[in-house]
Design a protein. Structure first.
Length: 382
């Protein structure tokens, strides 16, 4: 079975050489725009490409404001701080996520609460969220949701759209509203994904994206904060640029800020990449369909986009029957030069998170034992 899969992937990518998990395509204006930044000398955090990149993301996603940052983790850090996350507060997130989600919570001095995911979406499970809140939390007279076990305020719920598959946003938003918890979407992997015809990132008050080298488009590094709230946008821009007050020559900073602004040279790369975004998306949906059709013919299951959503299929996921089969696939494919990877080690398993309060994790552990990411680079012609 694995040899047949390897042959299929080699035919899909028309090569028997090493096939990476996800490689960027540079076949547009990337060199032209980068050389333009070099010629302008504006290669750092000031320059027209940063603004133009932000505007292109606003137009595509429908968000009113986009604020560019050096990476997605920095964007998460700022979004959490804007939401009041600080020492002795808590943030609910899912255990099946990349470690940056929990790291950003820790940067604020807060503690993650780890909840199970849904097998259908791979993201935060609304039923498990509801159960945890009913069993452990209450909204007190001050209007905040309090964790009765830790006696800490729960300020934010931070679901992650895993591998570009949208979570059940309506249900999660409804639950958060009932408990006065702010919703931030970790959409790091989800540019080009839609929930009920609305681009991901427009349900929560804030959301973030990543443009790391392995994402659907890349600016080398790079992240983005999205919001429809003008005050939030202004504050995000301010504290991500060292909280410096505008002045003709003087250096005055009115609060502790962060040097998180995306450099102009990275934004130039990202802006050029945006020109190929739709081609990337079309290719990746075609690749996903090819995997699914092959899987249907070979008794090999692949994860499909949930109902009422459109996934960018950033990384396609094969679903093995158990951990033994997962490990066998990982070993054989990588030996043969077809790069595959397991899902991230769940956050509740990592020692760095053993102090976290967690819910039941049967879906997270079931998926971790079975998911395999397979090569998903877009194939562009011309």
């Amino acid at each position: 079975m694995f040899n047949d899969f390897i042959e299929f992937v080699q035919n899909l990518y028309s090569t028997k050489s090493f096939i990476p998990l996800h490689a960027p395509n540079f076949n547009g204006n990337e060199k032209k725009f980068i050389l333009d930044t070099i010629d302008s000398t504006y290669v750092s955090s000031v320059g027209k490409y940063v603004v133009d990149f932000e505007k292109s993301i606003e137009r595509y996603t429908g968000a009113k404001y986009a604020i560019a940052t050096i990476n997605g983790t920095a964007a998460l850090h700022i979004a959490l701080k804007l939401s009041g996350v600080e020492k002795d507060t808590e943030v609910i997130t899912q255990s099946l996520t990349f470690v940056a989600t929990c790291n950003a919570i820790r940067y604020c001095g807060a503690k993650p609460i780890l909840i199970d995911v849904s097998r259908g979406t791979l993201g935060l499970c609304p039923k498990k969220l509801q159960f945890f809140l009913e069993e452990n939390c209450e909204v007190r007279d001050d209007g905040f949701c309090w964790n009765k076990l830790s006696n800490s305020r729960i300020l934010v719920c931070l679901p992650m759209h895993t591998f570009g598959f949208p979570v059940e946003l309506d249900e999660i938003e409804k639950i958060c509203s009932k408990y006065n918890i702010q919703l931030i979407e970790d959409a790091a992997e989800s540019l080009g994904s839609f929930y009920k015809k609305s681009h991901i990132g427009n349900i929560g008050k804030l959301s973030i994206m990543s443009f790391n080298g392995n994402k659907i488009i890349t600016s080398g590094g790079g992240g983005m904060i999205l919001t429809n709230d003008e005050e939030m946008a202004t504050k995000a821009k301010h504290i991500s640029t060292t909280s410096k007050l505008a002045h003709e020559w003087d250096f005055v900073h009115d609060e502790v800020g962060f040097n998180y602004r995306l450099p102009n040279i990275n934004a130039a790369l990202g802006l050029a990449q945006m020109e190929s975004l739709q081609k990337n998306l079309d290719s990746k949906r075609s690749i996903a369909k090819s995997y699914q059709n092959w899987g249907d013919d070979n008794d090999f299951e692949f994860i499909r986009e949930p109902e009422d959503t459109q996934s960018n299929y950033w990384l396609n996921q094969a679903l093995m029957i158990d951990k033994e089969q997962r490990d066998a696939m990982l070993k054989i494919t990588n030996i043969e030069g077809v790069m595959t990877r397991p899902a991230w080690t769940p956050m509740h398993i990592l020692k760095i998170n053993h102090d976290c309060q967690i819910g039941t994790m049967e879906n997270t552990e079931w998926l971790f034992d079975r998911l395999v990411s397979v090569p998903s680079s877009a194939i562009l012609h011309g």
